[in-house]
Design a protein around this ligand. Structure first.
Ligand code: ZN
Length: 192
């Protein structure tokens, strides 16, 4: 009986964890820990990605599937984002086309969203038509003027993420919410 309770708890583990504690083959490229991001400022004190445990496990499953079937891997740009960082972003760019209003919060602030792309064995990103955090309509998933290769790369990323419980959005090919994100609170958490 006790064992059952513990098992259920583990399956619903919503703690915030370092992604490499789940899968160290997921490559991290945290632009917000550098000046190479749309704000031009260092926003994160660490270049480590944190995520809700349950979402991280789903991402690890997606990564395993990509490795086994396509010889590809996931590179992650962002996962959990502290609400304090959201406020700083909003001060720099108070425009909700680009940045979620901190009074409402982003799904990243719940630790239940990821920004990801696909990389090959040499670590090279697959061509997705734009870079990360490109806020033009070329980054929209259904933008029509894209090569067949770009369309197929975007589709593979999207279909894989959906298969493992993530939900895409139309305006950013790299962004996926974890299904059930609304169950997770907006929180602050000291990343280091
Ligand atoms: Zn995102």
């Amino acid at each position: 009986m006790l064992f059952t309770v513990i098992t259920i708890k583990a399956q619903h583990d919503t703690s915030i964890v370092f992604i490499w504690n789940i899968d160290s083959t997921i490559v991290m490229d945290v632009r917000y820990a550098t000046e190479n991001n749309f704000t031009g400022k260092v926003l994160y004190p660490t270049d480590k990605v944190y995520i809700r445990n349950i979402a991280g496990k789903a991402l690890a499953e997606a990564n395993k599937y990509l490795k086994e079937n396509y010889n590809l891997r996931i590179k992650i740009f962002d996962g959990f984002r502290p609400i304090s960082v959201q406020r700083i972003m909003w001060e720099i760019m108070p425009d909700d086309r680009y940045v979620a209003d901190p009074s409402k919060g982003s799904r990243h602030n719940r630790g239940a969203a990821v920004d990801v792309t696909l990389i090959d064995n040499s670590g090279t990103e697959l061509d997705m038509g734009t870079g990360y955090d490109n806020f033009t309509e070329v980054a929209h998933f259904n933008y029509s003027d894209l090569s067949d290769e770009v369309k197929s790369n975007r589709l593979l990323l999207r279909e894989t993420m959906i298969k493992f419980g993530f939900v895409p959005i139309e305006t950013e090919w790299w962004h996926f919410d974890f299904g059930g994100w609304e169950k997770f609170n907006i929180i602050d958490f000291e990343m280091n």
